[in-house]
Design a binder for this molecule. Structure first.
Ligand SMILES: [Zn+2]
Ligand SMILES: [Zn+2]
Length: 454
């Protein structure tokens, strides 16, 4: 084939038709980006009609052979009814085709199946609640290959893919039947038609619920913690529970949330985490719970809050629940190491501590950057490296001999227990180092988390 520019739309279309039977929709699709406010079907029909008129003119003005040739193509591969009528009248012989090269599977056009496909999609749509949708498809590889070949052979610059053409038509039909709108960015659900299998499927996108949790009792991990020995299968050590800890914040929040939304599973994401023995007080820690395949997209969040709080029996508490999106989830994770956190701690010191030493600690930690190597106690699950963390403020008061009360305001991701003890020199400077005596964090509570989520 020669350079594309040498051929007009009509010439190209005619060459295509000489080679393959093409329905109006598939012929028009080769020129989908030319002209606007119309359909591919109209494009294809108009091209065929124009070719038909030119051929008729030739027939009537003496170029009989050329005219007859075009009619044979239009009536045969073009499957064009007006051309068939003229061909019959003029006894023009042509080879009848009835299956379009680009859209037929097992004897019929996938476009002709659309009303049936749309009906079946509506049939499975009542399983779930949704406002917006998108029509999608898994195109037949054979048809995709043929379209690609066509585009390559004729160097067409203005053709559309079969998939996009088909999806749009299904989308229009569904829109009418469902009375709901199409959303290309983040649809609630996606209807998918598998062309080769002739199957429809409904993909339900997850919902995301933002909130904050408070942890009021020590000894609860943020996420489910399986027994190390049996890896969750159940053994003597865990009394056949399969777990190291019986409960978790993630389950206290996620299970009722999943039930409220009629989902299939949940994922719990939080802005950082506190240790098992640390309370989360104040306004709580931001989290997002992601619920897969929800039947209800707008659950009653007040009811959800109440259910979570009731079932947790005062161990944890959630508030400020709101529907959000995936974007918020990403932000939550990004914020976790840059936001500011406040802690209250009880510190036990080995030796006695002077007021002067306490003042030295307070002064030393006014807006400084500390270096913290991954603590010994977490080095099995986090890579060993030195992190720089900003300490904004430390306040210390004496409670009784050998016991201090401390307040910390630090960058997210700072290990407070190690900031107190020094972790055998892995955190520098530390409270212990400056006080000049060994220190142990006896009790720790997170009292505030500030950041983008406030
Ligand atoms: Zn076709
Ligand atoms: Zn076990």
């Amino acid at each position: 084939m020669t350079d594309h520019d040498e051929h007009s739309v009509l010439e190209t279309a005619q060459m295509m038709l000489v080679q393959h039977p093409l329905c109006d929709r598939c012929l028009g699709r080769q020129f989908a980006w030319l002209g606007t406010g119309t359909s591919n079907e109209n494009r294809g029909y108009s091209i065929k009609l124009t070719l038909c008129m030119i051929a008729d003119d030739e027939l009537k003005s003496g170029s009989k052979e050329s005219g007859e040739r075009t009619f044979a193509v239009l009536a045969g591969n073009g499957m064009f009814v007006p051309a068939k009528t003229i061909a019959a009248k003029n006894s023009i012989v042509y080879e009848d085709s009835n299956s379009c090269h680009l859209c037929f599977i097992e004897g019929n056009s996938i476009f002709d199946r659309i009303p049936n496909i749309a009906d079946r999609m509506v049939g499975i749509a009542d399983q779930v609640e949704f406002e917006t949708f998108l029509a999608g498809s898994i195109p037949s590889p054979l048809l995709v290959e043929r379209q690609d070949e066509m585009t390559a052979t004729y160097s067409t610059l203005h053709s559309e893919t079969l998939k996009s053409h088909f999806n749009r038509l299904v989308g229009i039909q569904l829109q009418e039947l469902l009375g709901k709108s199409v959303d290309f960015e983040k649809p609630d659900v996606v209807f998918v038609y598998d062309m080769d299998r002739d199957e429809v499927e409904l993909q339900v996108n997850p919902i995301f619920i933002y909130g904050r949790y408070r942890k009021l009792v020590r000894g609860i991990p943020q996420s489910r913690w399986d027994c190390k020995k049996c890896k969750g299968r159940g053994c003597k050590e865990c009394e056949d529970t399969g777990r190291k800890y019986p409960d978790s914040i993630s389950e206290y929040v996620g299970i009722p949330a999943q039930q409220c939304a009629g989902g299939s599973r949940f994922k719990f994401h939080a802005a950082g985490r506190e240790d098992v023995d640390v309370l989360m007080l104040g306004k709580g820690r931001p989290f997002v719970v992601e619920i897969s395949k929800p039947r209800v997209r707008k659950p009653d969040l007040l009811e959800m809050t109440q259910t979570i709080n009731q079932e947790a029996g005062g161990k944890i508490e959630v508030h400020d629940l709101e529907l959000t999106d995936r974007h918020r989830l990403q932000k939550l994770k990004e914020d976790a190491s840059s936001n500011i956190k406040e802690y209250a701690a009880v510190i036990q010191t080995e030796g006695s501590v002077t007021d002067e030493a306490i003042q030295r600690v307070i002064q030393s930690f006014q807006g400084v950057v500390i270096e913290q190597r991954t603590p010994n106690r977490v080095s099995h699950r986090r890579s060993d490296l030195v992190r720089e963390k900003k300490v904004h403020e430390v306040q210390i008061t004496r409670q009784e001999d050998g016991v201090l009360e401390a307040f910390f305001k630090v960058q997210g991701g700072t290990y407070i227990k190690e900031l107190i003890s020094g972790d055998e020199g892995r955190t520098r400077p530390s409270v212990a180092e400056i006080l000049g005596t060994a220190c142990l964090c006896k009790e720790l509570n997170v009292t505030a988390i500030y950041g983008g989520e406030n």
